[in-house]
Ligand binder design. Structure first.
Ligand SMILES: [Zn+2]
Length: 234
């Protein structure tokens, strides 16, 4: 009975190993994913800055165009003036527009310079992402293939496991699974040196040993709770 349970446990441990293997993403891929996300986040935040600046520069440029048009209109009006007084009024207007235009242009220049700097940073980060991408795609694909291969293997292990579980009485199976869950995978353990629990290494009391020698009684280690298998007699 316990022999069959031991066969089942071997299969369970094999499945456990496969599951932990699935979780073992290659370090190179983990690092590359982290790097990519980092650069992506940097790019996103710098793009926000870029769009804000772009908007400011666009608004200033619209205003500059409007002022230039008004200055030109004033200049033309002064040439068409009917009197020296009127001409002088238009010339004053033209001068005011010219002054404001110059101020605005001076204020806009540093914005344009910053915009160029930010644009260069956006390009640099985008280039970096483009550089990382082919390797990331290749490694992701390899990882996907690796997991699919493991899962295919798992399918056959699961079928074998089901077949083995059918050989074990339901009540024993239930107890085994309970212990296994709480004991990191090992629910059944052998008795070592005829007196110690192979799971936790504690020395087993005589009455436990006597019970464990009976083939049809399920005995658990009083210390760790694992099902004991007196292998020599099994
Ligand atoms: Zn024990």
């Amino acid at each position: 009975m316990l022999e069959k349970l031991n066969d089942l446990q071997s299969k369970d441990l094999e499945l456990d190993a496969v599951h932990s293997e699935i979780g073992q993403t290659p370090e190179e891929l983990i690092q590359l994913r982290t790097k990519y996300r980092q650069v992506e986040a940097e790019l996103k935040s710098i793009e926000v800055v870029y769009h804000d600046l772009r908007k400011q520069v666009n608004n200033s440029e619209l205003e500059i165009d409007a002022l230039a048009a008004r200055r030109k209109a004033s200049s033309e009006a002064s040439l068409r003036a009917q009197s020296a007084k009127e001409a002088s009024q238009y010339q004053n207007q033209e001068l005011q527009f010219a002054t404001r235009l110059q101020e605005l242009e001076e204020d806009t220049l540093p914005l344009i310079e910053r915009l160029e700097g930010v644009q260069a940073e956006v390009n640099r980060l985008q280039d970096h992402l483009n550089e990382l991408e082919p390797n990331l795609i290749a490694l992701n694909q390899a990882e996907e293939d690796r997991i699919i291969a493991i899962e295919e293997n798992t399918e056959s292990l699961k079928l074998e496991r089901t077949a083995l579980a059918a050989n074990v009485p339901a009540s024993l199976l239930k107890q085994y699974e309970q212990v296994r869950r709480s004991k990191k995978g090992v629910g059944l353990t052998t008795i070592v040196d005829g007196k110690r629990c192979g799971g936790c290494n504690v020395q087993l009391p005589i009455h436990v040993m006597q019970k464990a020698r009976k083939a049809d009684v399920i005995t658990k280690c009083p210390n760790c709770g694992r099902i004991l298998w007196n292998r020599a007699e099994a």
